[in-house]
Design a protein around this ligand. Structure first.
Ligand code: HEC
Ligand code: HEC
Length: 281
């Protein structure tokens, strides 16, 4: 039977014999399914929740791997950071770490599928922290990382001759925000280098290394101090000030989140209304 005739018959079969015929096909498929596969109980997790244990890593070694991971198949910042942590545990210790589908974190690239929301490097690091620690222990570690990120002039890391996007030093800026959009846009505006330039790609590759190294520093300290671990950063001034009224039980319970308030509510030129008389050249 030639191919097109077989296809036509197949389609007709689908229409005419859909009932009993399809039912028989389904039963056959069920019989041929592997019988020794352990099925998932509702909300159960293999090994139990948070059963993977962190082991100390070398920040410098992982930083370089994170940088390379950023460029690997263009998977980007979240993949790079996560691989620099859990991927390195897989390389050093094998199971269970090597069973993780690392490429899933390509989703964090560009602040989540190019939406410019959370910086993907931070998202990858947070995912790594939550791979080992539940919310009560993980949140303070995430906060420590995020507050450091808001106030740090990036990029710091310089791969020198191993640079993959652009060789040489890059200008820095402080993002004052954990958001990809604000972090990249402020940098592009202050440095006059395009948000789509190769220098900007390189910048984010270097930040991937910076965030990975900082996350490992935090994880290593946590490994040593256990439940005694405490972060060094206190709440942002703006959050302390604004939440005296904008919080539960106060005048105005309208606020969600711990991001510094000043990047968006400072009334600076950048956040004023641009829909009227703009650009005013
Ligand atoms: C002394 C109390 C107080 C403090 C401190 C305060 N707010 Fe408010 N804010 C209010 C109240 C009351 C409203 C009215 C809205 C409501 O009823 O929920 C408001 C409204 C707002 C609004 C809504 C739009 C507007 O302008 O009315 C924004 C945005 C806002 N505040 C941001 C901030 C930020 C950012 C800070 C810190 C820099 C801050 N607030 C500090 C009491 C406060
Ligand atoms: C990433 C930018 C961003 C950050 C950071 C941010 N906000 Fe907002 N906030 C907004 C936007 C945008 C709205 C919605 C504004 C509107 O309704 O036009 C909003 C809404 C609010 C509102 C409700 C009033 C309104 O007009 O809708 C309050 C109150 C508020 N923010 C306070 C704060 C405080 C306090 C902080 C710091 C803890 C903070 N925000 C951090 C961007 C931000």
């Amino acid at each position: 039977m030639d191919k097109s005739r077989r296809m036509i018959l197949g389609a007709m079969g689908g229409l005419a014999l859909s009932g009993a015929f399809a039912g028989a096909k389904l039963a056959a498929a069920r019989e041929s399914a592997p019988v020794d596969v352990a099925k998932q109980e509702r909300f159960a997790q293999m090994g139990g929740d948070f059963s993977w244990k962190y082991q100390k890593l070398d920040p410098a070694e992982s930083g370089m791997v994170a940088y390379d991971g950023y460029w690997h198949k263009g998977y980007g910042c979240g993949y790079g950071v996560y691989y620099g942590i859990v991927g390195m545990l897989a390389e050093k210790f094998g199971a269970p770490y090597n069973s993780f589908p690392f490429s899933i974190f390509e989703m964090f690239k560009g602040g989540m599928s190019d939406w410019g929301t959370i910086c993907g490097a931070l998202a990858g690091a947070s995912a790594a922290i939550f791979t080992f620690f539940p919310r009560k222990q993980a949140n303070p570690m995430v906060s420590e990382l995020f507050r450091w990120y808001e106030k740090t002039a990036f990029p710091i890391f310089d791969p020198k001759d191993a640079a993959k996007g652009y060789k040489g030093p890059l200008p820095t800026s402080i993002s004052n925000s954990v958001l990809c959009h604000i972090s990249v846009s402020r940098w592009a505006y202050t440095t006059k280098l395009g948000a789509n330039s190769k220098e900007r790609s390189e910048r984010c590759g270097r930040i991937t290394a910076d965030v990975c190294m900082k996350a490992i520093e935090i994880l290593n300290a946590k490994f040593d101090a256990g439940t005694e671990w405490k972060g060094a950063y206190s709440k942002q001034e703006s959050v302390v000030q604004c939440t005296t009224c904008h919080s539960k039980g106060q005048m105005s319970d309208t606020l969600k989140g711990n991001m510094g308030c000043d990047s968006c509510h400072s009334g600076s030129d950048a956040v004023k209304d641009k829909f009227h008389d703009h650009p005013n050249l």
